[in-house]
Design a protein around this ligand. Sequence first.
Ligand code: RP5
Length: 155
Amino acid sequence: MKVSILMGSTSDLEVMTPAMKTLEEFGIEYEKRVISAHRAPDLLREYVTTARDRGVVTIIAGAGGAAHLPGVTAAMTTVPVIGVPILGKALGGLDALLSMVQMPSGVPVATVGINGSKNAALLAVQIIALQDESTLAKLEAFRKQQTEKIVNTII
Ligand code: RP5
């Protein structure tokens, strides 16, 4: 089982890096690709329609602006797609957020917050943990540690 991290441009790489780091922390295998839905639609189709056969169980897709990458990806596969709206040069990232969250009925994109690639990775970890005991153990340890950090915080 592995995760795919897709992004529309190399300019998205910085925002998507926390997703990669998070998957690495959990020891989850992932592949990463830059494929624009607008600039390389044929390549995107080829990549997405073969993802399941490569063992991909979740696709995390980040894009900014007229962010069609997650929606178009979701249209071409039944593998769950998590969208990461990326803050662009205008509109405070709302353009990307709304284009992901407002998908038409029947083709969902599970959308996280603007620039929320870490949460996207954590959702992917949770999906994998449904079927993988060792990932579940790591996830429970992560949650416990997170809770302890808060509980033990003295200001
Ligand atoms: C989107 O347009 C990309 O996902 C990126 O967030 C934005 C700008 O892309 P570049 O012009 O920097 O390649 O498709």
